[in-house]
Design a protein around this ligand. Structure first.
Ligand code: DUC
Ligand code: ZN
Ligand code: ZN
Length: 437
């Protein structure tokens, strides 16, 4: 199969008073051992400056052992940011921008600026992405938990329930419809958010929904463990949800309501997670997944009969390459494509443990899981980098993949591929839109 592409990672990211323990070397080594040969990481601006953020990430990525691309996070809005977006698209190979509706006081932006950002993306042929949780309401929920004396990891889940994810997802989708731009919703974690995506797609709006592995296969009962560290390792945002949400997300993935599986790989070790002892608001948010994604999706979705092998390739690789405009260089085995290829043996089994994984983190949210379907060989750029459970990687061998803007988003794809047309239908034109194209 073509190597996996993870559309959503955070390597060497400074966040919540810590820096993720996996950098571009360790995170990518882990990825290759799990059959993923490319990832797209989120550049975080430095004091709001996109160009400073981009420069910092070019340095961080120097020791790369596999190919990678960048999305850019937008953490504030002004004329400089708007101008810099243009530079990122035209000169730096970035065609997607993530807006945060959560993280009040740091990353969060209001609706006025979200609309500005959406319009700018549209004018540049870039794809806007959203982290959809209502940040004002999360802030209120967190205060309430602390007032009630709930300071442990369970307070994280209780303070930001699915309804806040559903609200923000619906709002972002409606605002994207208002300016008539496509939208990519990252880490769809709840039924509430998934149903907003489903409703919009049914109405013909171009909305992409990305579930992540943790949301598909875990549930929130772990957050009630009385041992702080046992629970804190599962703290991410939006939170892992109550039993039932994961199954519904799996069904949505197999029905095509959600299209591409990421990880939100964002690892903090036990020392870093300890920052939140006594106050769940300070637990650095994030879980592992880069090495486990292909195995867990195969086992959960293919071995169980929920999706076909072709669908597996689509949701773990091809669709991601298409959404970010690098298909067929990536996401396919074709003459002229990069030779990123994996061999997955459906009859051999895997077992996940922090003792044997390749990430630098000292825990694993999938500890002890076993399943069928193991990646036995990974070929990246024509070289065997993973075989007989051994990695052979060369720091600096990974290439930066520039992602070109869309002429008009998705139009080229629709002309080239009529099957694709059925999954991303043309927008419904209504007179209430700002423009009429
Ligand atoms: N959520 C996380 O759990 N980590 C990184 C950023 C995010 O939105
Ligand atoms: Zn996010
Ligand atoms: Zn993320």
């Amino acid at each position: 199969m073509p190597g996996g592409i993870d559309p959503h990672t955070h390597l060497a990211m400074e966040f919540m008073g810590a820096e993720t323990i996996d950098d571009f070397f360790s995170g990518q080594a882990a990825a290759l051992a799990g059959g993923t040969t490319m990832h797209i990481d989120f550049v975080i601006p430095v004091n709001g400056s996109l160009s400073a953020g981009y420069k910092a990430y070019v340095v961080k990525a120097k020791r790369s052992v596999m190919d990678y691309g960048f999305h850019m996070a937008i953490t504030k809005w002004d004329e400089t940011v708007s101008r810099e977006m243009e530079v990122m698209v035209k000169d730096k190979g970035i065609n997607s921008f993530k807006f945060f509706l959560a993280y009040k006081g740091s990353f969060m932006i209001n609706d006025e600026f979200l609309l500005e950002g959406f319009k700018k993306c549209k004018s540049l042929g870039a794809l806007p992405m959203v982290h959809a949780e209502n940040g004002d309401a999360v802030y209120e929920g967190q205060k309430r938990m602390i007032e009630l004396g709930i300071t442990g990891p369970e307070g994280h889940a209780l303070s930001r329930p699915p309804v806040l994810e559903g609200e923000a997802t619906g709002r972002a989708i409606r605002l994207a419809g208002f300016v008539n731009t496509p939208l990519y919703v990252v880490h769809v974690m709840s039924i509430d958010a998934m149903e907003e995506v489903a409703k919009a797609r049914k109405a013909g709006q171009k909305v992409i929904g990305e579930p992540v592995v943790s949301g598909l296969v875990l549930n929130d009962t772990v957050l009630w463990d009385p041992d702080f560290q046992t629970a804190a390792k599962f703290v991410m945002s939006p939170p892992i949800r109550a039993p039932g949400h994961g199954k519904a997300l799996q069904a949505a993935l197999s029905a095509g309501v959600l299209q591409v599986v990421g990880t939100d790989h964002c690892t903090f070790n036990t020392t870093q997670k300890a920052l939140g002892i006594g106050d769940f608001r300070k637990i650095p948010n994030g879980v592992n997944g880069l090495e486990e994604r292909m195995h867990l999706i195969w086992d959960t979705m293919v071995a169980s009969g929920q999706i076909s092998v072709m669908d597996f390739v689509r949701v773990t690789s091809t669709e991601c390459a298409r959404f970010f405009n690098i298909y067929p260089r990536k996401g396919a085995i074709l003459v002229g494509s990069d030779a990123d290829i994996i061999i997955l043996n459906p009859n051999s089994s895997f077992e996940i443990s922090s003792k044997t994984h390749h990430s630098r983190t000292d825990t694993n949210v999938y500890e002890g899981r076993r399943g069928k379907g193991k990646v036995e060989v990974t070929i990246a750029g024509g070289k065997i980098v993973w075989e007989n459970d051994k990695l052979k990687v060369i720091p600096g061998s990974g290439k930066y993949i520039e992602m070109p803007p869309f002429n008009y988003l998705f139009d080229g794809i629709e002309k080239a591929d009529t099957n694709y047309l059925s999954s991303l239908r043309a927008p419904v034109i209504r007179s209430t839109r700002i423009d009429a194209n």
